[in-house]
Design a protein around this ligand. Structure first.
Ligand code: SF4
Length: 411
């Protein structure tokens, strides 16, 4: 049965915003992870090369590999550093990771060191069934495929290549047969918001484990005008929560931290039958609801740089792939030092640094808004997430922004 949750990424694929069906290694629980010490997910963009030309590509992918990419040896060293961070999930992403011939060696090394490994390939001619079999043989457990429309017409337009839709569905069938934990990711934008229910039906028919919705952040080739407005976000969140309760897959969201607020408002037992009085407590940020947790889905405040980090193809370390501010480079500094001690990452883990509505919000510790979207739209990574319609208690109503009225908070 599906569980509706968010938490915060593919850093280029942003698998790992939320715990989803995964649990930390070594017998711990998601709640045991100290995000000041260890990220829940590390995404590594092993190359920017890709044969597709997606209109919303975070990486602004390029046709050929860069000579500056981390080498195989540097990649092996990076994997060992990630292991030392506390065995987070490793998401191997791109570009198209299959553009690197040594991808299988890297995957095998990561799995052999005990990491739970997810691969996010592009649906190109390189992604064949034999390639999937080889990936599975490395020990990689999870596969992420992208589906941005319920038909070839919508999806292929997004991806910029004819035939991508059919290949994606074929490889999804193969992945299920081969025993991968299969995630299908959909970038939600004005191009396909009308198509979400039909996409969900496709996802169900493909028997995927997790449907991940990436709410568009205007970075790379993605355009601000393609982003949903605040009330559109709100409407999709309410639909998603309802849909996810009966869906045969787990639902996750990326760059939609405020989805947590919608779920909290709807599912807190002490809120469910109250009037419209806003909540008056401050969440701790390490889970919020026993009832949700008992359902098997933790609601922890993973966000850019807070439980998540991204390593780019040349070794630069950023809070996520959607927040391209470089805090250091693994070629000159240990990953752990950058993640734990850089001023950028430390600021992102401190909810008291948030500004505007997010800084005043009851939900700032468990939500905090998308730091990536705040940066992309305003230039300030600590500003309010401009896609949130919520007006915190006692905060003045912002001019010109759709307001979330109390009677819609628990629609
Ligand atoms: S105002 Fe900010 S912290 Fe509050 S719910 Fe919206 S995005 Fe989250």
């Amino acid at each position: 049965m599906a569980r509706a949750d968010d938490a915060a990424s593919r850093g280029g694929a942003h698998i790992g915003d939320s715990p989803g069906p995964y649990r930390p290694a070594r017998g711990g629980t998601f709640f045991d992870v100290d995000f000041d010490r260890s990220p829940f997910t590390v995404a590594w963009e092993i190359t920017r090369a890709c044969a597709l030309a997606c209109i919303h590509c975070r990486a602004s992918a390029i046709p050929r590999r860069s000579a500056s990419e981390l080498t195989t040896e540097e990649g092996i060293d990076l994997i060992d550093q990630i292991v030392a961070l506390g065995t987070p999930i490793l998401v191997v992403t791109g570009g198209d990771p299959l553009m690197r011939d040594d991808v299988y060696d890297l995957l095998e090394h990561a799995s052999g060191r005990g990491l739970r490994v997810a691969l996010s390939p592009s649906a190109t001619g390189r992604l064949t069934r034999p390639a999937l079999e080889r990936i599975k043989a490395t020990g990689a457990q999870m596969l992420h495929l992208s589906l941005d429309g319920s038909s070839a017409d919508v999806h292929d337009r997004f991806r910029g290549v004819h035939g991508s839709f059919d290949r994606t569905l074929a490889r999804a069938r193969d992945a299920v047969e081969l025993g991968f934990v299969l995630q299908v990711g959909t970038t939600v934008s004005r191009h396909n918001v009308h198509d979400l229910e039909a996409i969900a039906e496709r996802v169900a028919a493909a028997r995927v484990n997790v449907w991940t919705l990436f709410f568009l952040v205007p970075t790379g080739r993605a355009q601000a005008e393609d982003m949903l407005d605040p009330l559109e976000h709100e409407r999709v969140f309410h639909w998603l929560r309802e849909y996810g309760r009966g869906a045969p897959f787990h639902v996750r969201t990326i760059a939609a931290q405020h989805y947590r607020r919608v779920v909290i408002e709807a599912e807190r037992p002490d809120r469910a039958h109250q009037g419209d009085a806003p909540p008056r407590w401050e969440y701790t940020g390490t889970g919020f609801s026993a009832s949700v947790r008992a359902g098997g889905s933790a609601m922890r405040g993973v966000n850019d740089g807070n439980g998540f980090c991204f390593v780019g193809h040349t070794g630069e370390v950023c809070p996520s792939g959607f927040l391209p501010i470089v805090a250091g480079n693994v070629r000159g500094q240990p990953l752990a030092e950058i993640y734990r001690d850089s001023s950028l990452f430390r600021a992102l883990r401190d909810p008291t640094r948030l500004k505007g509505k997010c800084g005043a919000c009851e939900y700032r510790a468990v939500c905090g808004g998308s730091r990536a979207r705040a940066h992309a739209v305003t230039g300030d990574f600590l500003a309010s997430d401009p896609s949130c319609a919520y007006v915190p208690t006692g905060h003045p109503k912002p001019a010109g922004v759709g307001e979330l009225h109390s009677d819609t908070r628990r629609a």
